[in-house]
Design a protein around this ligand. Structure first.
Ligand SMILES: Cc1cc2nc3c(=O)[nH]c(=O)nc-3n(C[C@H](O)[C@H](O)[C@H](O)COP(=O)(O)OP(=O)(O)OC[C@H]3O[C@@H](n4cnc5c(N)ncnc54)[C@H](O)[C@@H]3O)c2cc1C
Length: 565
């Protein structure tokens, strides 16, 4: 079994993620195989020790930040295990990669781009599929959560998205199979299309033959991009319950993901505007007119100002391109086309749309080569990095300050309305902010930049108000970062208290002691209360859970908190 190490100073970084939230833990492990994960979970379950699973800790909702107990870092489960190919009705090949959860996205991309997959230990069939892939057109895993040091397990657990989810959707549709270790060390093998709910009732069977009869929450999910709480829909696929479950239902130990042919020609254009309104008009006009668009990304005037300042300060940002002094908004459009002729036509159309919507073609940066595109990518990544640096600077004078970043999305047709809401309420509250994100999906990260703890508190209040308004517009309170620990209140605003309790009961059916992902999605109070009701055998209405199988009821353990024995 993997060692269970005391949480010494050398592991201090494992108590934080990119949300800059600080947690505590008493021990840590670095398993390398699923068997080790199972053995660790059996040990933790016997001791009643909470377990926080971690990938690369790039999450922004504090999902990987421990609330006591044990940290299980899967960063050393980093092998690509194999691949397979199948063919559709027209004979086109489709490729699927099987990987451990600690595989870093940047590495997977490199293996695919350079055709340099580490295939040692693969069987004959897997190697043949890889050779076939190498002989054909380039393939990609299209999920693109900006931070390429993220791990595949974290990407699955958050149902991550990113810029290109405008064209390809979030991670979910690209995940075809999962292996999951449950809180008691038992395993589920889930393949898309094999196990589906009947209405809102889902029956699962573990590899040891234990059966769970789960009542899925009764809410309707929004029509907008969404990573808020458990996926729940009539007749849904069982695999979708675990994708986006924020480390609360089970530990993903193996992932099969479907690859997609890379678009042959990818060009990018950064379009600058002198005001926000025309930039929004441009996006709304361009979406239906540019069917080959892979992404529409946005940066507001404050984000551009922060970038200019960082560039002037030198440091690692000196190589950023110069942003003109009049630019108050930037929309980055990525085009994926079958050939250069189509790309040129799309670029021409884009120029016309710019002219019609107050942009200036001469102020547009076009990236046609890998080097140019990499520069634009660096530019996009530099925005959140610069804001994080600014917040770190302010924390030195007031440690109560942290960044407040929103992750809300609204359906098409609500973009102007939601932006007007953000602008009006920020001005009323007198708060500084910087906004960027995936405007193609009506999904913007509004970052409040507090100068004091009081402003931080005002910003939090503002976010709660936005959560209510975004819900009213049919949107989602978390569109891609997951709920983790930081957006729990918003989840209740979005779905209501009873639906959150239905989620909690679903979790308790699979994890009766509430060990996994403590503090994610639900407060401990809600979990404790629901556990109390279940232990008393009270009927709890929709969402209540019946566990069945060799050992009888799904409830087990005494629910006590404990540390590693
Ligand atoms: C600069 C920056 C930009 C970003 N931009 C985007 C973006 O555009 N789109 C986007 O979607 N995200 C974005 N993110 C957030 C982040 O990169 C993603 O959420 C990513 O999916 C997290 O992966 P991770 O491996 O770091 O997970 P972690 O942070 O380690 O964990 C995240 C959650 O997943 C759970 N988890 C991790 N591994 C497993 C596992 N194997 N089994 C079960 N649960 C697990 C954890 O318990 C936790 O709840 C950004 C982050 C940064 C720092």
């Amino acid at each position: 079994m993997a060692d269970v190490l005391p949480m010494g100073e050398e592991y201090e970084g494992f108590c934080r993620d990119e949300s800059r939230t600080q947690g505590t833990a008493s021990s840590i492990s670095f398993p390398t195989t699923e068997d080790e994960v199972r053995a660790l979970m059996r040990r933790m379950a016997a001791a009643g020790t909470p377990v926080t699973v971690q990938g690369a800790r790039t999450g922004l909702a504090a999902g990987a930040v421990p609330r006591g107990g044990h940290v299980m870092s899967l960063s050393r489960m980093d092998r690509v295990l194999g691949m397979r190919a199948d063919r559709d009705a027209e004979g086109r090949a489709r490729y699927y990669v099987r990987a451990q959860p600690g595989v870093v996205l940047a590495n997977l991309r490199k293996y695919l781009a350079d055709k340099s997959m580490p295939t040692a230990g693969w069987d004959e069939g897997d190697r043949r599929a890889w050779e076939e892939l190498c002989a054909g057109p380039a393939q990609i895993f299209p999920t693109d959560p900006t931070e390429t040091s993220a791990c595949l397990g974290g990407i699955v657990a958050c149902n991550a998205s990113g810029a290109r989810s405008y064209a390809y959707g979030p991670a979910r549709p690209h995940i075809t199979a999962l292996r999951v270790v449950l809180a008691d060390g038992d395993t589920l093998a889930l393949r898309r299309g094999e196990v589906c709910a009947r209405g809102r009732r889902l029956d699962l069977e573990t590899e040891r033959g234990r059966r769970y009869e789960l009542a899925l929450p009764a809410y309707r999910m929004p029509r907008a991009k969404n990573a808020s709480g458990y996926y729940a829909a009539d007749d849904m696929d069982a695999i979708d319950l675990f994708i986006g479950s924020d480390g609360t239902l089970g530990i993903v130990t193996e992932i099969e993901l479907a690859l997609t042919p890379a678009p042959p020609v990818v060009w990018g254009a950064s379009c600058f505007f002198e005001a926000e309104g025309p930039a929004l008009d441009f996006v709304e006009a361009a979406r239906p007119e540019l069917p080959c668009a892979l992404a529409f990304e946005y940066f507001d005037g404050s984000a551009l100002k922060i970038l200019r300042r960082q560039k002037a300060a030198g440091s690692g940002f000196a190589s950023l391109p110069d942003v003109g002094p009049r630019a108050q908004a930037c929309v980055y459009v990525e085009l994926g086309c079958p050939d250069e002729e189509a790309a040129l036509a799309a670029l021409e159309r884009l120029g016309a749309l710019l002219a019609q919507n107050g942009g200036d073609e001469r102020e547009t940066w076009v990236a046609r080569t890998d080097v140019d595109r990499e520069r634009l990518r660096f530019f996009r990544h530099a925005v959140p990095e610069s804001v994080n640096m600014l917040i770190d600077e302010r924390r030195r004078t007031d440690p109560g300050i942290t960044k407040l970043g929103s992750d809300m999305a609204v359906p098409d047709g609500r973009l102007h309305e939601v932006m007007a809401l953000y602008r009006r309420t920020l001005a009323e509250a007198g708060l500084e902010s910087a906004t960027w994100g995936h405007i193609g999906d009506n999904h913007l990260h509004v970052n409040v930049l507090p100068r004091s703890a009081a402003e931080h508190a005002r910003g939090k209040e503002l976010f709660c108000g936005w959560a209510a308004e975004v819900t009213r517009m049919g949107g989602a309170v978390s569109a891609e970062h997951g709920v983790g620990k930081l957006k729990r209140d918003f989840l209740e605003i979005m779905y209501g208290a009873e639906h959150v309790r239905q989620m909690a009961r679903l979790k308790l059916a699979l994890d009766p002691q509430g060990l996994l992902g403590r503090g994610n999605l639900f407060s401990e109070q809600i979990l404790d209360e629901e556990r109390g009701h279940l232990q008393k055998g009270e009927k709890r209405g929709a969402g209540a859970v019946a566990g069945a199988g060799e050992k009888g009821a799904a409830m087990g353990g005494d629910g006590a908190d404990g540390e590693v024995a």
